[in-house]
Design a protein around this ligand. Sequence first.
Ligand code: FMN
Length: 185
Amino acid sequence: MELSEAIRGRRATRQFAQTPVAKPALLELIDAAIQAPSAINAQPWEFTVIQNRTHLDRIAASSKAYMLTAMEHSAAPQHLRDLLKNPDFDIFYHAPALIVISAKSGDWAVEDAALAAQNLMLAAYAKGLGTCWIGFAQRWLETDEGKRSIELPPGIQPVAPIIVGYPAGPMPPVPRNQPRVRWFD
Ligand SMILES: Cc1cc2nc3c(=O)[nH]c(=O)nc-3n(C[C@H](O)[C@H](O)[C@H](O)COP(=O)(O)O)c2cc1C
């Protein structure tokens, strides 16, 4: 697939076929992720792959509860609170797999992991897979309990929880605003 097609065609996927994603395909995504640049070539990333439904549901439930409490003291939009209060809302959209990209804590951990995340999402799209970064899971995964739930060793911080699966259908385009550009000619 042309790079431009992947960049423009990739969409946050929120409806999945229940077809599992085979391990070699997930490993290919991880291989694409680790081709990302990283500050001083630290390559600080680690990957956790979760396909067990009970485990996914546990993370989703804990993340929802955590986010709802956190939102009590924030200016989060009401529709997000309503969504999280809905017992039928699965923050992982019933995706068959979750890959959490974590990184050794350091000055550039978030940047490095985010670059790996974008590589992973583009590579997934090129293989016919759908992905979505799930920020809803991020804050709880950052807690001690969250880190323990995915057995992250000390000093490793979770950055990008990304669901992966085969899309249930074509994804509509999501228009982009005009870029705000300042030129100094
Ligand atoms: C850091 C980050 C966190 C996100 N968190 C969520 C989330 O919790 N739930 C969700 O449905 N989408 C989430 N998204 C997906 C965005 O909503 C989506 O990328 C955006 O609407 C643009 O759509 P597109 O990816 O199809 O271009 C997140 C995206 C990013 C980059």
